[in-house]
Design a protein around this ligand. Structure first.
Ligand code: C2E
Ligand code: CA
Ligand code: CA
Length: 892
């Protein structure tokens, strides 16, 4: 009975009047199902893209913040160190003036144990005390606090919002002796991130991990309302991303919020993107899709009705069916998908497939191959598809005949036609054929690539960024290793960037960075890579390097390119210069990180050697990276073994070129590393007190040498010995000298002592007595590195010394910069008025010598005359005596 009813129903439905409406209803349902599922996918994709974008913004911001925090942290450590090494008399004002600290939104101060501010880079109109503040109390109570980040507050001097990073200060014995802090204004932490990447009402901020806000920046027009969380969020995971509902924010807009913990600090960087903006594009396209679906529905419905009507006329039945299929195709065309139904072509009676025939397709599918449907249907697929990818597709089709299903994203060979560059293809075995669906995903792919580019490009200069470099280097190194070729990494750091920022403003700074980027690109081959690492640091990677000379040439070009003055904000003649450090693969490191680190180390060496130059990495430069403890131990042992030699550098009279003195410079003669220069160990020796023994060894070696020379009959000149502040503080330099000179039978007046200004100006009576005693013995006193330290010209009269040795930084700017010459002249005339003799050190060129002669500087020392040399090489110079010829003033 039931079956009978069933049969009846079927018969009823299959009657022509029902068939077409039913078919129309099925197709309409299908059309909507396809549309809605497609929209759901598209919405997910939009969300996915927004998530990726938020993650990219957050992680690049977190990276920048981590660098800024590192700078701040290092500054507090530097102050802590200076505090201790100057015995609590450091004057941050002087360091500020000399440009050690960053730009205008950055202030450094220190207080004594009571919390009274004693020194600061920010003007101190009246006494200030922080003794009662929580942070100060925590440092006082607890030595373990480390760097303390306080919540935002209003600065008592600036009246603006500030963030405070403080650190405990200790005296030489480790007791609490005050606090140091850096305060920064929010722009210091937000200008790091290019605002262009933020849309209206989107934000980036930094929060403590337990919630409180440190700084925030909102995209959109200037003066846009600030947006806050109503209640501080808590971040229990190191990174993540969530959709936050509108009620969480003061403007009631829901957002996608991504966060990432900043390496080494208890803070997170976060970015909030407005959902409304994220889905705007999607909503627009959804509306047009639905419109197309409605249109399709109306069409199908009316055709269904028409079909019902016409179907009664059997003669026209076939035509109607075709028309409905076409309509369906039309509706599907609006959905951007192309489809083919393909049937294998086989040789008569054989199972082997020769080709596929297009049984049907829609217009869009035909358009993808640059044709129309009527030209494609019925043809062999090998004739339809461009030759460039028919082979590939044919293989997939045969595979699908075996396994039933395949899907892929396919890059269309670019040579074929002007159609899509990327398509999504899905193949399904259906009966004895294959249904193939093709969708254009070029836009989506382009967006993906855009995102990748965003994450890999520096927004200011459009150069690739650190991210890019870190992905690129391993690949490049693998290639270099395979082809056994060399690769060079150049680390470029601008020398005076901060000056430009401070004096001309951030806009000028940005303008400068852009010009630097284009000069760097112009200085290298098109195949070389210029990367901006961040701030004023750039990297250049040279692949397929043939020789060190070619790297030297490029480094020279880079230095020269940046040496040329810039025009900024219409102001000509802005100078910055750059220091370049170079490391080479494979000899200086096998992986990217090591190469970068070594190039960085070499860059510091270039800076130390006087800026505006390049320096290759040498393994001894890394010595400073060896754990301090190891070094201290090694140094202690070296002192026991007396593993030291003294080199000598001549000083000559400026006018006559006659040898008048020489400087003793110690070198650590390391059994494995060879000669190590004082820059690598004097500081540790000073900090650990080992300098006392080392100083004694040097004086002893000098006395032995003089005794030796005297015995061999060489014409003697005085030798000047460098003596550190610590040696004087420990007292009895006079006693040591008296003992050793008499033991080796030489006159004390053959020894001169080089001191820095700080010793003279900050030490007490005991030192003054020591100096008096030395002078009484006939030992001359020199002030070394004059001009770099504590005293100003006006304090010169307080220095009771015989000779002023002007630091090589000033020699360096002679002939280059008018102000430098004026300064030099002032020192010379004031020094002469006070009956001091003037020495210029670091004289490297004939031009400098000539200028110094004109300035009436008494004597000169430097590579122009001779580098520091071992004692036996000094002997020739002692005999010759006249080291610079008079006629043309050349080195003889
Ligand atoms: P300093 O007293 O300023 O010594 C001069 C430094 O400048 C030496 O470096 C010397 O090699 C270098 N120099 C000389 N002429 C030129 C030149 O034309 N151009 C350039 N760019 N540099 C030149 P060195 O030997 O590495 O010594 C570094 C520092 O180590 C010295 O600076 C001094 O402060 C310290 N030092 C060296 N020997 C001793 C020592 O026996 N005892 C103590 N306490 N310190 C020492
Ligand atoms: Ca010296
Ligand atoms: Ca010096």
């Amino acid at each position: 009975m039931k079956d009978k009813e069933h049969l009846h129903l079927l018969k009823h439905l299959s009657r022509p009047g029902f068939f077409w409406p039913l078919l129309a209803v099925i197709l309409i349902a299908l059309l909507w199902a396809v549309t809605e599922s497609k929209l759901a996918v598209e919405k997910l994709e939009a969300k996915d893209r927004a998530f990726q974008h938020a993650r990219a913004v957050t992680s690049s911001y977190a990276e920048q913040v981590s660098r800024a925090f590192n700078d701040i942290d290092r500054t507090t450590l530097l102050v802590k160190h200076l505090w201790r090494s100057t015995r609590e008399t450091v004057r941050l004002e002087d360091y500020f003036r000399s440009g050690v600290f960053p730009d205008t939104h950055f202030h450094v101060s220190a207080s004594n144990t009571e919390g009274d501010v004693v020194t600061s880079t920010l003007a101190l109109p009246q006494p200030l005390n922080f003794g009662t503040r929580d942070w100060f109390q925590s440092h006082k109570a607890n030595p373990q606090v480390g760097l303390l980040i306080s919540r935002p507050e209003t600065g008592s001097r600036t009246g603006r919002t500030i963030l405070r990073f403080s650190r405990r200060l200790e005296d030489a014995s480790g007791n609490f002796s005050g606090a140091a802090w850096v305060t920064v204004e929010p722009p210091y932490l937000t200008t790091l991130y290019a605002a262009e990447a933020l849309g209206r009402d989107e934000f980036i901020s930094i929060r403590l991990v337990d919630g409180p806000l440190l700084v925030t920046k909102v995209g959109g027009a200037e003066g846009a309302p600030r947006i806050f969380y109503r209640k501080d969020p808590i971040f229990s995971l190191p990174e993540g991303i969530v959709e936050e509902p509108g009620e969480k924010f003061t403007d009631d807009a829901s957002r996608i919020v991504a966060w990432k913990k900043v390496r080494n600090y208890p803070v997170v960087a976060l970015a909030g993107l407005k959902e409304e903006a994220v889905y705007a594009a999607y909503e627009a396209s959804a509306a047009s899709w639905r419109f197309a679906a409605v249109a399709g529905t109306v069409l199908l419905a009316s055709l269904g009705a028409l079909g019902a009507f016409y179907s009664r006329r059997l003669a026209r039945r076939h035509a109607e069916s075709e028309e409905i299929k076409n309509t369906y195709r039309l509706a599907v065309d609006a959905a951007q998908e192309g489809f083919y139904t393909l049937r294998p072509i086989r040789e008569q009676g054989q199972s082997h497939i020769l080709d596929f025939r297009v049984e049907d397709c829609n217009e869009r599918a035909a358009a993808f191959v640059g044709s129309t449907r009527d030209k494609v249907v019925g043809r062999a697929f090998s004739e339809v598809l461009p030759r460039e990818y028919h082979g590939e597709t044919d293989r997939v089709l045969r595979h699908v005949m075996d396994v039933g299903f395949h899907e892929e994203e396919f890059r269309v060979p670019s040579a074929t036609h002007s159609g899509p560059s990327w398509v999504y293809r899905r193949f399904m075995k259906a009966g004895n054929g294959v249904a193939m669906v093709v969708r254009d995903i070029s836009r989506h792919k382009a967006y993906e690539q855009e995102l990748a580019k965003l994450a890999n490009t520096d927004t200011l200069t459009a150069l690739p960024n650190r991210n890019w470099l870190l992905e690129f280097l391993p690949e490049a190194l693998r290639r270099a290793a395979e082809s056994m070729s060399k690769l060079a990494v150049l680390f470029v750091d601008l020398d005076d960037f901060k000056n430009i920022n401070d004096t001309l403003g951030h806009d000028a700074g940005d303008e400068l960075l852009k010009s630097v980027a284009s000069r760097l690109k112009a200085a290298v081959r098109a195949s070389d890579h210029v990367i901006r690492l961040g701030g004023d640091e750039f990297t250049i990677v040279l692949e397929h390097v043939e020789s060190t000379e070619s790297v030297t040439r490029v480094a020279g070009l880079v230095v020269k390119a940046l040496n040329e003055p810039f025009v900024l904000k219409g102001l000509e003649n802005q100078r910055v210069r750059a220091s370049v450090g170079i490391s080479m693969f494979p000899q200086d490191g096998e992986d990217g990180e090591t190469l970068l680190k070594h190039a960085d180390v070499a860059m510091y060496a270039a800076k130390a050697a006087g800026k505006g130059r390049y320096h290759f990495y040498q393994s001894h430069l890394s010595e400073r990276l060896i754990l301090r403890l190891d070094k201290e131990k090694a140094l202690r042992a070296a002192i026991e073994q007396e593993e030291f030699v003294v080199h000598y550098q001549p000083r000559v009279e400026t006018t006559t070129g006659r040898l008048c003195s020489m400087e003793a410079l110690v070198r650590w003669d390391h059994p494995e590393h060879g000669l190590i220069f004082p820059g690598e160990f004097i500081q540790i020796a000073e900090e650990t007190g080992l300098i006392l023994k080392l100083g004694r060894i040097v004086i002893k070696k000098v006395c032995e040498q003089l005794e030796d020379w005297k015995a061999s009959g060489f014409p003697l000149v005085p030798v000047s010995v460098n003596v550190s502040a610590a040696q004087f503080a420990a007292g009895d330099v006079g006693g040591v000298l008296r003992e050793l000179t008499s033991a080796h039978h030489i006159a004390p007046s053959l020894i001169e002592i080089e001191l820095t200004e700080s010793v003279m100006l900050t030490s007490g009576d005991a030192v003054a007595k020591d100096l008096d005693e030395l002078r009484a013995m006939g030992v001359k006193i020199l002030i070394d590195d004059f001009g770099t330290g504590y005293s100003s010209l006006s304090q010169l009269r307080d220095l009771d010394v015989d000779i002023l040795k002007i630091d090589r930084a000033f020699t360096n700017v002679l002939c280059k910069d008018h102000e430098g010459e004026v300064f030099f002249k002032a020192i010379v005339s004031l020094g002469h008025a006070l009956e001091m003799s003037i020495v210029a050190e670091g004289v490297e060129t004939q031009e400098q010598h000539r200028a110094l002669k004109e300035l009436a500087c008494d004597s000169i020392q430097g590579n122009f005359v001779s580098k520091p040399v071992p004692a036996h090489e000094m002997e020739t110079m002692m005999v010759k005596s006249m080291l610079i010829a008079q006629d043309d003033m050349r080195v003889v």
